[in-house]
Design a protein around this ligand. Sequence first.
Ligand code: NAP
Length: 282
Amino acid sequence: MKTRPFGRTGIDLPTIGQGTWDMPETGARATEAQRALRRGIELGMTHIDTAEMYGSGRVEELIGAALRSVGRDRYFIATKVLPANASYRGTLAAAERSIARLGCGHLDLLLLHWPGSHPLQETMRAFDELVERGKVRFVGVSNFEPDEMLQAQSHLRAPLACNQVLYHLGERGIEHRLVPVARERGIAVVAYTPFGRGKFLRSGRPAREALERIARKHGATVHQVALAFLTREAHVFAIPKAASMAHVEENAAAGALELEPADIAAIDAAFPRGRAGPLATL
Ligand code: NAP
């Protein structure tokens, strides 16, 4: 698995991490998802993304249980505070609740899930305090427009590590402004829903065939080609969610796939960027 500098945090993270939205919460499927998460870590996908919102805290608990047998320095856990909880005091309390559910001692990364009605300055003040108290190593935002992202950065003493945003082959809007602004400012971009929950393959037959040709050439799958394309820039990461062992192994192997300039040009033509517009979200 390739790793690369994660914003201005001073640490490197794998290009491909693991999402956990909609992770199965009960029965054999939950057990399989927990095993798959550990397997992903073994394969280098150490960046685990979750949120207090997922399953109303239940997903954080499942991750905590899955990782109990894994050394704390073997994974990097990111979670998100809900905007409704993101007052100064609410943020401090939310971080403590997430730490308790995850049983991880401290968070590696805490994000504001999307911009809300609490003053951003207050949330960022709590973020700085959590970093200074050693509860959280790094902080960032999610679903922030470029200008909002810069505003968040201006309120922080800590570096703003990343902006986590929607990015897949059928939704490339962030390439117009957000990706270049983040590059200039040393902020990592984390691509969520990198498969569009399956939607990117519904972009029409010629587009799909173009992707299949590239996949065949590299002995790869279309999902692996999609991940390699999305992470082609040195400050962009992706966090696909996979609850099955086979998908986890496939996604981890995408970390080694190198696309050629001709492949990038062909994907660019098959899945056009579209016009610039407001930030797309789920
Ligand atoms: P996604 O990763 O685009 O798609 C997940 C779906 O793709 C699942 O059905 C999964 O199946 C399937 N899949 C995974 N690997 C595959 C492979 N190699 N081949 C074929 N299918 C594969 O969707 P997502 O869960 O929305 O996004 C990923 C993560 O981003 C989330 O889990 C969450 O952590 C984060 N996220 C953040 C926000 C935000 O607002 N910040 C919003 C949405 C998502 P199985 O599960 O059956 O393996």
